[in-house]
Design a protein around this ligand. Structure first.
Ligand SMILES: [Ca+2]
Length: 389
């Protein structure tokens, strides 16, 4: 054979070999979840358009809806007239990239105390952190807003703030915090992602706090002098969806991988969820993050979404409008542009279905009417209602 042709043939062979093996996604004990069948028996109506990067929604007792917009506004939506009113008294936030005004949650005893809780990025592009604050809502004004907790250490840049919060009792809540950013982002002189494995850092964690922002009693590392007592679970990359199942008390969280390897996890007290030492995801430029998908002493995910859904708001459905969906998880997807129904039998996932939305889904909430309300993450964001067909 002509030597030049031989080299060319081998060059093509090896190039093809390395591209194929380099692009394959890591596999492990959890089967990868790709495309799934479409759910049946539903229809979707767009109720409101023109929202600016809406991030989270919370229903008020009377049926009105509060919606956060990432640049730093809160709107009150009348779900009868579909009119919106801006809420005053909202704190200043650092708005940039993934940072801004994020989650909103009513205190479990809101009807008695009127307290509204927010998570948000505070600071500026150079020095910022995920923050939790609260104030008292009276009509369309938040009074006496106060910061009650800020994540340590500070970081820079606009990536991976988390965050969602979920009430674990009438006086305690869990809040998720992102790892701080992608390689080569550094925080305190090490790769930001390494903070997810450090117990003396809030980055890459779920924290468990009292309603005033102090440390909740009974946290897993409260007696460890080398650990931060707020830590509930660790080894997380960037959790943007959390939900407590009111029937079982189980805390579920989804989290963004890098390329592929998004996860749904059942959160256990004190457990390590692996990031970045065990992961099904790759760097955005395809190289491996870790050779391991599973390691002793670390929790495997319940679902691995490859390709990425870029999971967002998460909820457990308990309504009467869709009786067959009761007890199942619903997870938004930014890249997936859908809501995933994750069918549960106890703690076991027995199937998945999709509700295609066709736009980036940021939050998913059950209304008092049992319908499912969806926010889309755009400069022209929408509020969409899913009802039985
Ligand atoms: Ca994990």
């Amino acid at each position: 054979m002509n030597p030049a042709k031989f080299i060319l043939n081998n060059f093509l062979f090896f190039t093809t070999f390395f591209i194929l093996t380099g692009c394959s996604m890591p596999e492990g004990p959890v089967p990868l979840s790709g495309d799934v069948p479409e759910a049946t028996g539903w229809s979707a109506d767009t109720l409101i358009t023109g929202l600016e990067q809406p991030w989270a929604a919370a229903f008020l007792p009377g049926g009105d809806l509060l919606i956060t917009e990432r640049p730093g506004r809160i709107l009150r939506v009348s779900t009868e007239s579909m009119t919106t009113t801006a809420i005053s008294g909202v704190p200043d936030v650092y708005s940039g990239g993934q940072g801004g005004l994020l989650d909103i949650s009513l205190h479990p005893l809101f009807e008695e105390n009127g307290m509204v809780y927010l998570t948000y990025a505070s600071g500026d592009e150079n020095v910022n952190r995920t923050t939790v604050g609260r104030g008292q809502l009276d009509d369309n004004t938040i009074h006496d807003f106060e910061e009650i907790f800020r994540v340590f250490p500070d970081k820079d840049g606009n990536q991976h703030f988390g965050s969602r919060m979920e009430w674990t009792s009438d006086s305690t809540f869990a809040v998720s915090v992102g790892d701080g950013g992608n390689r080569p982002q550094e925080t305190t002189g090490i790769l930001s992602r390494e903070h997810a494995q450090l117990l003396n850092s809030h980055l890459g964690k779920i924290l468990h706090l009292n309603q005033d922002g102090s440390v909740a009693a009974g946290n897993p590392f409260e007696n460890d002098p080398d650990a931060f007592p707020e830590v509930w679970s660790y080894g997380h990359r960037n959790i943007q969806g959390m939900a407590i199942d009111p029937k079982t008390g189980n805390l579920w969280a989804n989290e963004h991988g890098s390329k592929g390897g998004d996860e749904l996890n059942l959160i256990q007290k004190g457990a390590n969820y692996g990031w970045p030492d065990a992961t099904y995801s790759r760097e955005y430029w395809y190289t491996r993050i870790s050779r391991e998908t599973s390691l002793p002493g670390m929790e495997d995910p319940k679902v691995v979404w490859t390709p990425s859904q870029a999971p967002s708001g998460l909820m457990v459905y308990t309504g009467d409008a869709f009786p067959e969906w009761q007890g199942d998880l619903f997870s938004g997807g930014l890249v997936g542009e859908q809501v995933r129904r994750i069918i549960l039998d106890g703690e076991t996932i027995v199937g998945e279905e999709k509700i295609p939305i066709g736009r980036r889904v940021r939050d998913v909430k059950q209304g008092p009417d049992g319908f499912i309300y969806v926010l889309t993450a755009h400069d022209d964001g929408e509020l969409i209602r899913i009802t039985p067909e």
